[in-house]
Design a protein around this ligand. Structure first.
Ligand code: FUB
Length: 319
C-alpha cells in the first residue's frame, strides 16, 4: 500500500514538474506571435504565426488558429490563411490578430514580398503591408475579401485590433516612421478611416513592434515589446492616448524577440508570448508559444511576470 502511494506521488511529481509551457499546440509545430481572444462560445482562441523548421530571416507562409477551454488541451484548427491565398504577397506571414464584429470574424495580417539584403540594405526589396480577411467562423477559412492591403505606404506589420465597448475598432501597427500611431477601422472592417494618427506617448518612444491594447476597469493598456524584446506598457483613459509609460511586464530572453497578447479568461488575466527554446530541434532555438498568469496591483499597475515551466491551466474558474 505504501509502495503504491509512493508510486502515485512520484507520478504526480513527474507530471507536475513538466508543466504546461510551452503550450502543447502540436508535435513539431513551431508557432510564434500569439494573439488570444475569447469569443461567444467561451473558448479561448489563439491566432499565431508559423515558423518553418529552421526558419531563416522570418520567411513564413501561413497563420494558424487553436482553441481550448482549459488552456492546457488545445485543438489545432490548422492553417486558417496562407500567403498562397493572398494575391499581393508571397511571404512574411507575420504576427496576426483577430476581431469579431457585425457577426463576422476578421483576421488582420501582415504579409509582403521581396527580400531583405542585410549586407547591402540599399539593395533590399522587402515590402510589407497589412491585410484583412473575413470568415463566418472563428477558425476560418479566412478570405482576403478586399484582395489588396489596407494601404501600400508606409511599410507596416504587426497589426493589432482593439474593439472598444461602443463597437469602435482601432488598429495599431508597427510601421516605418509611424510607430505609436492608431487608425479607426470603418464599420465594415474592410477599410481604415483616414490616415494613421500619432498618439501622445508622454515623450517616451523607444523602438518597438507588436503593439497590443486591452481595457481593464476603464483603463486602457498599450503594451508592446520595447526594442522588440522587453514587454513594457503605458496606460491611458482613452484608446488613443495620451499615454503614460508604466515600465516592464516581462524582461527579455537572451537577446531574442518577444511578441505577446493579454486577455481575460475565466477570472484570470493571461499573458501569451513566445519563447526561443531548443526542443528536439536540429537547428537550435526555435519559437514556441507559452502563457503565464498576469496580476495587477491595487492601483491598476501590472505585476512583472516571470517565465515559468508551469504556465497556466490551474486556477481557472470553470463555473
Ligand atoms: O514573427 C515575425 C516577427 O517577429 C513578428 O511580426 C514580430 O513581432 C516578431 O515576433
Amino acid at each position: 500500500m505504501k509502495l503504491k502511494s509512493l508510486g502515485v506521488l512520484l507520478a504526480l511529481l513527474a507530471f507536475g514538474a513538466k508543466g504546461n509551457n510551452p503550450l502543447n499546440l502540436g508535435e513539431g509545430l513551431r508557432t510564434a506571435d500569439p494573439s488570444g481572444h475569447v469569443w461567444n462560445d467561451g473558448r479561448m482562441y489563439l491566432y499565431t504565426s508559423h515558423d518553418l523548421e529552421c526558419q531563416e530571416d522570418f520567411w513564413m507562409k501561413d497563420w494558424y488558429a487553436f482553441s481550448s477551454s482549459d488552456l492546457v488541451n488545445w485543438t489545432n484548427h490548422g492553417p486558417v490563411l496562407s500567403v498562397d491565398d493572398v494575391s499581393w504577397a508571397d511571404n512574411y506571414a507575420w504576427a496576426p490578430d483577430a476581431a469579431y464584429k457585425n457577426g463576422k470574424y476578421y483576421l488582420v495580417f501582415p504579409a509582403g514580398t521581396g527580400h531583405k539584403d542585410r549586407e547591402s540594405p540599399s539593395k533590399s526589396t522587402k515590402w510589407m503591408g497589412i491585410g484583412i480577411a473575413e470568415s463566418e467562423s472563428p477558425t476560418g477559412p479566412f478570405k482576403d475579401v478586399i484582395g489588396k492591403p489596407l494601404w501600400t505606404a508606409p511599410y507596416a506589420n504587426d497589426p493589432s485590433l482593439f474593439i472598444d465597448d461602443d463597437g469602435t475598432a482601432y488598429l495599431y501597427v508597427h510601421a516605418q516612421g509611424y510607430d505609436y500611431h492608431v487608425v479607426e477601422m470603418a464599420d465594415d472592417m474592410l477599410r481604415v478611416k483616414g490616415p494613421l494618427q500619432k498618439m501622445d506617448m508622454g515623450g517616451y518612444e523607444p523602438k518597438m513592434e507588436g503593439p497590443w491594447v486591452f481595457k481593464r476597469n476603464g483603463v486602457y493598456y498599450f503594451t508592446m515589446p520595447e526594442n522588440n524584446r522587453i514587454l513594457t506598457y503605458y496606460t491611458s483613459l482613452s484608446p488613443t492616448g495620451p499615454w503614460t509609460y508604466q515600465g516592464q511586464i516581462m524582461e527579455q530572453e537572451a537577446n531574442s524577440n518577444n511578441h505577446h497578447s493579454i486577455v481575460g479568461y475565466k477570472g484570470q488575466w493571461i499573458l501569451f508570448y513566445h519563447r526561443w527554446l531548443d526542443i528536439n530541434s536540429d537547428c537550435g532555438r526555435q519559437r514556441h508559444v507559452a502563457a503565464e498568469y498576469l496580476h495587477f496591483n491595487k492601483d491598476g499597475t501590472i505585476v512583472p511576470v516571470k517565465r515559468s515551466e508551469k504556465g497556466v491551466g490551474h486556477r481557472l474558474n470553470n463555473r
